[in-house]
Write a protein that binds this ligand. Structure first.
Ligand SMILES: [Ca+2]
Ligand SMILES: [Ca+2]
Ligand SMILES: [Ca+2]
Ligand SMILES: [Ca+2]
Length: 441
C-alpha cells in the first residue's frame, strides 16, 4: 500500500499499520485457498464462459464471518495477455471510501482497497467490494483458476480484511478464486442453406453445424443481403432446421442471411440465399360449361367463372376451344380457338358467349381453360357438345318441313341475306329451295 493509502487508513484506525507490497503472486489450482473459518473474499460469479472481446462483470465480494469490518484490500492476479481489466466499478460497494484502486496491466495485478468509518462498520456474508469489468482477449480454456487473490493467511502483505477492533487485525482466512473461460471463436455457418419460393412465401431449410452451436439467427432484406446481425428483419432465432417465411409479396426478391451462434453469442460470418415468391396456384377447372345450339352457325356457351387461385379471385383470361371431334386434355391445344373469348369476371359470376362461324348439322365439342395473371393455367373444363341446326331448319325445330318452306317462301327473291338465303349467296331463290329439299324431313 502507498503512503497516501496509509493516511486514509489512519482515519479508520488508531494504530499505525505497517503494510508492505507483495511481489510474489499467489497462484492456486483450487477454487478455495485457505479456509472459510474466518472472513473470506470471493468472486461472484467465480466461473463462467464469456464471449471474446466482450466485457463481462465479476464482483469482488466479502464475507465478514459475522464480524464487524472496516477495511478490505483485495489484491488479484491475472494474465494480461489473456485478459484486459477494462475498469473497476465501485457503485453499490458496501464500503464508502477508497484507499487504492490500481490496474497494473503490465504485470496483471489488480489492487482495490476500500474502507468505511467505524460507526458504519460492515458485517455481511455477501457484501460487494467492487466490480471488475473484464474483457477476454482470446480463446481461454483454463486448466486452473485464472483470477487469483493474493492471499497469505495472517499476513497483511496482500489481501486483507481488517476487523473493527481498533487494532487493525487482519482476519482473512481464505479466498475463492475465479476461473473464466473465453470463447472468441464463432461456430461454422449453417450448410445446405436453401430457399424455395412459393406463393407469397419462401421456405428456408438448412443444416446446423455439429459443434459450438447454440442457434441460428436469420434476417431478411429486400434490395440486398443483410450485412450484419442487425441489418434487416429477424425472421428466425432458434435452433431448428427449417422455416416458412410467409406473408411476402409475390414477384419481390427476398435476401436471407443465416448467422449461427454459440452459447456466448459469437456469430458466424453468415450464409445467404435469395428467392422470389410468386403465384403458383392456377384457376380451378371449370365444371359448369354447357353448350346450346342457337342456329346452324352458332352455339351459346354458359359457365360459372373460376378465380385466380382455384375458386378465389379473378382469372386473367379464358382459352375457349371447339372441335367436331371429341376434345381431351391431350388434344385441347389442337382444337380451334375462339378469338373473342370474354374477359373473366370474378369467381362465381355467370359467364356466357356465343361461338359463331360453325357449320350446320354438325356436333361440336367445347372446352375452356382459365389462366391467372402469373400464367398458371387451370385444368381443362368439362367438355359438352352441341349439334348445330341444319341450314334449312329455318325455325330451329330439328325438322325440315312445310314450316321451313313457308319461311323460305316469305323471303323469296330477298337480297338482304336472311337465314332463308341458305347458301348465303345474296338471293333467296331456287338454289336455296333445292338445298331445303335435300335436307327435307
Ligand atoms: Ca465458440
Ligand atoms: Ca393464381
Ligand atoms: Ca324446321
Ligand atoms: Ca341463296
Amino acid at each position: 500500500m502507498t503512503k497516501k493509502m496509509k493516511s486514509v487508513l489512519k482515519t479508520f484506525f488508531s494504530i499505525t499499520l505497517t503494510i508492505l507490497f507483495s511481489t510474489i503472486p499467489y497462484f492456486s489450482q483450487a477454487t478455495w485457498v485457505g479456509n472459510q473459518n474466518n472472513a473470506t473474499l470471493f468472486f461472484s460469479p467465480d466461473a463462467g464462459t464469456y464471449k471474446g472481446n466482450a466485457t463481462f462483470p465479476i464482483d469482488i465480494m466479502v464475507n465478514t464471518h459475522g464480524q464487524y469490518v472496516v477495511v478490505v484490500a483485495a489484491y488479484i492476479n491475472y494474465n494480461p495477455a489473456l485478459f484486459q481489466v477494462v475498469s473497476i466499478d465501485t457503485t453499490s460497494s458496501v464500503f464508502t471510501t477508497e484507499a487504492e484502486k490500481l490496474i497494473d496491466s503490465t504485470n496483471g495485478v489488480i489492487k482495490i482497497t476500500r474502507g468505511i468509518p467505524t460507526a458504519n462498520h460492515v458485517n455481511t456474508a455477501s457484501g460487494k467490494v467492487a466490480t471488475l469489468n473484464i474483457q477476454g482477449l482470446t480463446n481461454v480454456t483454463p486448466s486452473a483458476d485464472n483470477f487469483t487473490f493474493q492471499f497469505t493467511a495472517g499476513s497483511t502483505l496482500d489481501s486483507n480484511i481488517i476487523l473493527d477492533d481498533g487494532l487493525g487485525t487482519d482476519i482473512i482466512s481464505g479466498a475463492d478464486n475465479g476461473r473464466f473461460t473465453i470463447d472468441a471463436t464463432p461456430p461454422a455457418n449453417v450448410s445446405s442453406f436453401t430457399a424455395t419460393a412459393g406463393d407469397s412465401q419462401v421456405v428456408l431449410s438448412w443444416t446446423n453445424p455439429t459443434s459450438d452451436f447454440a442457434g441460428v439467427k436469420i434476417l431478411r432484406k429486400t434490395g440486398s443481403y443483410p450485412a450484419s446481425v442487425t441489418d434487416g428483419t429477424v425472421i428466425y432465432d432458434s435452433n431448428g432446421t427449417s422455416y416458412n417465411d410467409t406473408g411476402l409479396t409475390n414477384n419481390t426478391a427476398y435476401y436471407y442471411k443465416a448467422y449461427s451462434r454459440d452459447v456466448v453469442v459469437n456469430y458466424s460470418s453468415g450464409a445467404q440465399v435469395t428467392a422470389t415468391p410468386h403465384d403458383v396456384t392456377p384457376p380451378a377447372s371449370i365444371g359448369t360449361l354447357s353448350a346450346t345450339a342457337l342456329t346452324s352457325k352458332s352455339v351459346r356457351l354458359d359457365w360459372t367463372a373460376v378465380g385466380d387461385d382455384g375458386s378465389t379471385g379473378t382469372a386473367t383470361n379464358y382459352d375457349i376451344r371447339y372441335s367436331t371431334t371429341a376434345i381431351t386434355a391431350a388434344n385441347f391445344s389442337s382444337a380451334t380457338q375462339v378469338s373473342d373469348a370474354p374477359t373473366p369476371k370474378i369467381s362465381g359470376s355467370v359467364e356466357t358467349m356465343t361461338v359463331t362461324g360453325l357449320t350446320g348439322n354438325a356436333t361440336y365439342y367445347f372446352a375452356i381453360k382459365a389462366t391467372d395473371d402469373a400464367g398458371n393455367t387451370g385444368a381443362i373444363s368439362n367438355i359438352p357438345s352441341a349439334l348445330s341446326y341444319k341450314t334449312a331448319d329455318l325455325n330451329n325445330d330439328r325438322i325440315i318441313n312445310s314450316v321451313d318452306f313457308g319461311i323460305l317462301m316469305s323471303y323469296w327473291n330477298n337480297t338482304t341475306r336472311p337465314l332463308a338465303d341458305i347458301n348465303q349467296d345474296g338471293i333467296v331463290n331456287s338454289v336455296d329451295f333445292g338445298i331445303m329439299m335435300s335436307q327435307w324431313g
